[in-house]
Design a protein around this ligand. Structure first.
Ligand SMILES: NC(=O)c1ccc[n+]([C@@H]2O[C@H](COP(=O)([O-])OP(=O)(O)OC[C@H]3O[C@@H](n4cnc5c(N)ncnc54)[C@H](O)[C@@H]3O)[C@@H](O)[C@H]2O)c1
Length: 354
């Protein structure tokens, strides 16, 4: 039976433990904080999924430091992702490591060591940009394949969501300065926390054959308050190496949230939206010749992670399979974040360093 170890019994750790149990996997969920383990068993898991699952083994990381696992999931704060991934590849020798987004804070130097070690040890490293594998995104990919919208002219994406919801789900946190969320330098702020928009922009640019982001011009609203220092709004103008110009906006102030993307062509457009209401994502392809395809895809919060975990399961069977979650894609998102910070702070257009 597939053995999975999840580091971090927080919000995402619980989601991915549940999705892994649905696959019938043997799940060990660990945390350095005893209170987090207790909250998982008594509060988060039963509140979200009806009841605690006695099959999940809860423990502290040191209790299982010598044990081997097929899959390790890293669901801890971003500034711990790379050191933990390196240690896990060395100690638990997994076949696949799934790191939560964002891959790391905006200091990309340690990524090289991780890339090299993973290649040397033949470990697949993925980054959990789960929107790439939700039902409506798969439909979008299929429709784009089947129905031309002409020459692609622009692409826009946004993840604008007030972070009050995150703090409501973490009532033990006093505010942004209590966590990485309040620090852009630790992988928080709008750029890190809501990097889903940059990532999904990159995915649709790839699906449309429009290349990779090579230039960024950004404006940030950076705030320093109550000991925290973060970007609360990030507005990016970007250009790909194939000449596609578009915009990406991420913020932690908009409520209700807007998670939206639109790919514009000379003969039509494709629109993608997460949560048009609590239970549906939306996908629409409209052609100016009259063709209109629209699907409201029913979903629950666990569905946001099912596609991702099913995909990881397939990779455990087929280790060399292509993956939209490959570390290289998560790293490209980080490279855009680093360029955006430089652009906004220096007040100029910045070429993306790859
Ligand atoms: N893909 C998504 O939709 C999504 C959703 C939520 C969170 N996330 C990402 O997941 C990550 C964690 O976010 P969260 O909201 O779950 O945070 P959280 O604060 O709820 O949980 C993180 C947990 O990690 C534990 N931890 C820290 N260092 C550890 C270590 N070395 N070993 C074991 N446990 C350790 C902490 O004690 C804490 O309980 C972030 O990178 C976040 O961006 C992604």
């Amino acid at each position: 039976m597939t053995k999975v170890k999840i580091l971090g019994a927080g919000s995402i750790g619980n989601h991915l433990a549940h999705a892994s149990r649905e696959q019938g996997w043997n799940v060990t969920l660990c945390d350095i904080d005893e209170a987090a383990l207790q909250r998982t068993r008594d509060d988060i898991y039963p509140t979200r999924y009806g009841q605690w699952d006695e099959e999940i083994h809860l423990c502290r990381p040191e209790e299982i430091s010598e044990e081997r696992f097929d899959l390790v999931i890293i669901g801890t704060p971003p500034d711990s992702h790379i050191p933990l991934a390196l240690a896990e590849i060395r100690n638990s020798k997994p076949r696949v490591v799934l790191i939560e987004k964002p891959l790391c804070p905006p200091d990309l130097e340690p990524c090289t060591e991780l890339m090299e070690l993973a290649a040397e040890q033949n470990v697949r490293v993925l980054v959990g940009y789960n929107h790439r594998l939700t039902g409506h995104t798969r439909i979008a990919a299929k429709w784009l394949d089947e129905h031309s919208i002409g020459e692609i002219t622009t692409l826009r994406a946004m993840t604008r969501e007030h972070w009050g919801g995150i703090f409501a789900a973490h009532p033990w946190l006093a505010g942004p300065s209590d966590t990485y969320l309040g620090f852009t330098s630790r992988g928080g702020g709008a750029l890190g926390e809501h990097s889903h928009a940059i990532n999904i922009w990159q995915y649709f640019a790839e699906l449309a054959g429009m290349g990779r982001i090579s230039e960024v011009m950004a404006m940030l609203d950076e705030v320093e308050a109550d000991g925290a220092a973060y970007d609360r709004i990030a507005q990016l103008s970007v250009r790909t190496d194939r000449g596609l110009v578009g915009t990406i906006v991420q913020d932690v102030v908009t409520q209700p949230a807007q998670k939206w993307l639109r790919l514009e062509g000379t003969e039509g457009y494709l629109e993608w939206q997460v949560n048009i209401d609590a239970n549906h994502d939306l996908i629409r392809l409209v052609r100016h010749d009259g063709l209109e395809l629209e699907e409201r895809v029913a979903k629950t919060r666990p569905d946001d992670f099912r596609g991702e975990i099913e995909h990881v399961g397939q990779m455990l069977e087929d280790h060399a399979m292509a993956s939209p979650l490959d570390m290289s894609a998560g790293l490209e998102t980080m490279q855009v974040i680093v360029a955006a910070l430089k652009s906004a702070r220096d007040g100029r257009l910045v070429k993306v360093q790859t």
